[in-house]
Write a protein that binds this ligand. Structure first.
Ligand SMILES: [Zn+2]
Ligand SMILES: [Zn+2]
Length: 82
């Protein structure tokens, strides 16, 4: 029995993920999804798409984005720096 699991994030920090009655979700590549997309979709919710450490995109320490939202984020950055 392990209600909460601790994962290491890319930036040297750790994140504690507690079970919320959901089954463990896999990344799109089939690997265990240890990270969730932090993209805000409004109403205090985030995308929460599961990703493995290989498939995530980290725009900042402790943040993870799924491939679709990473593309959106990068598009925004491109506009901001233009
Ligand atoms: Zn993956
Ligand atoms: Zn996402």
């Amino acid at each position: 029995m392990m209600p909460c699991e601790k994962y290491h994030t890319g930036g040297g920090g750790t994140v504690i993920v507690c079970g919320r009655g959901k089954r463990k979700q896999n990344c799109a590549c089939g690997y265990t999804g240890t990270r969730l997309c932090d993209w805000k979709i409004g109403a205090g919710k985030t995308c929460d798409k599961p990703m493995c450490p290989k498939c995530t995109y980290e725009p900042a320490e402790g943040k993870d984005l799924c491939p679709a939202h990473a593309a959106q984020w990068q598009a925004r950055q491109a506009v901001a720096s233009a």
